[in-house]
Design a protein around this ligand. Sequence first.
Ligand code: AMP
Ligand code: MG
Length: 523
Amino acid sequence: MTLLKLHINDVFTKKLPADPALENTRRQVAQACFSYVTPKKTSAPELLHHSPEMLKELGLTEADAQSDLFLKVFTGNELLPNSRPYAMCYGGHQFGSWAGQLGDGRAINLAEVQQDQKIWALQLKGAGETPYSRTADGLAVLRSSLREYLCSEAMHHLGVPTTRALSLALSGDQVLRDVLYNGNPAYEKGAIVCRAAPSFLRFGSYEIFASRNDTATLKTLVDYTVERHFPHLGAPSKTTYLHFFREVGQRSMEMVMHWQRVGFVHGVMNTDNMSILGLTIDYGPYGWLEGYDPGWTPNTTDRVHKRYRYGTQPQLVLWNLYKLANALYPLIGEAAPLEAILAQLQQDLETSHLNMMRSKLGLQKPERSDAKLITDLESVLQATETDMTLFYRQLSHFTAQGGDSGLAAIQMAFYAPEEVVGDVRAQWEAWFLAYRERLQKEDRKDRERAAAMNAVNPKYVLRNYMAQMAIDAAEQGDVTVLDELFQLLKKPYDEQLPHEKWYAKRPEWARNKVGCSMLSCSS
Ligand code: AMP
Ligand code: MG
């Protein structure tokens, strides 16, 4: 069986200092990057879904996925030979404040696998307590696990850098959760996702050692990261650390620009949820913009300050990078070069935002006036509730030469079409006029422009209510909706006529429903 032939190569645990304590008690772990732990046995594991794409990445076959061993390994009930699971130690800034040690409280790394020159760390989420579980149980429920499983694979197919998911399973155990944090805890189905990434190191993995003035372990970890994951930067040195910081900055900014492009709101961009590889990581109370609104966040825990709302995500990545710069400072000893990199990133942010927006509008040749066209669009999009995904997708039907006002093309994106009168209508008409004039300066044919736009403006995204429909069905033991969405979201930019029903506005019943418009961190 190929599962047993997985090429396990546990470099992380070999190269980095381990916590000498082996008992599974919650504690502060000093001078160590991880603790060895054992996943909890589950009472009646059941595989709900697996990703064929991720299976292939690992060199596994469908037969492997059907095997009893696969189920046991990816629910933590059996260990792969020659593997020794571990939980990683990290800290983080949560909602702007230093939170101290956090760590993998319910994630357990099974092993690192080497396949086709790629490294894949395989991690179970929801497989039981670790020394980092603090006051919680180390478990995960079906709704949040399904959301992570489905969305991380969907993001991959959208071309957004992300951690991946291999499998989704039920544990067979009941897990107590107070979804709305209002004193109404209830039992839910426990679940386990096996997720995969070249590394699960986060900004907080470095911050924890800097916060403890443990420069020796910090250096060991940074050198390891550079040598293993950024080998093109050369041997570790002060200059290499600066190059490393710049590259992490660039990758993170690239990631967040993709989020802005597709309308993804992470919801909890704490520094412990920022991957050092620039991958979208830790899918919690995330959401997708429906009506375009820069002030929107799906995270109810953040509803007062809205720190992690759609419109501020790029600035928040920069904020997180400042924290990473502080953490790396002890190895560099000079603030100026780090500040210079941050200043450059801030400047590049504006350019890359402009370029991303140009691509959404199908503009090939930059013009000075584009910035105004884009700000005007961002404002008219908020004049009446307008669905972001439908708007951009429909926009490709607008032609440079035609005589229409443009409103017909995007009509289906309006949640309240009756509001598109008077001032609102005039604003839209003015914008389309400016857009048409702008398009006339391009020498691309309408058809070519439409094709380019449809390659960056997805037709199908995982709308909040869609994930909830998959959850509601899966709770009843029916995974057909999950599977349908999983297949649909593999080709988010394609016309998929049999799936046309998913190319629609959020239904009214989902407007204020928990799980559809409001999500808590409870998972
Ligand atoms: P998150 O907000 O999901 O990024 O989690 C923040 C921290 O809380 C991380 O250290 C998690 O490992 C930990 N955590 C979240 N949920 C649980 C849980 N159910 N049991 C143990 N630790 C958890
Ligand atoms: Mg997290």
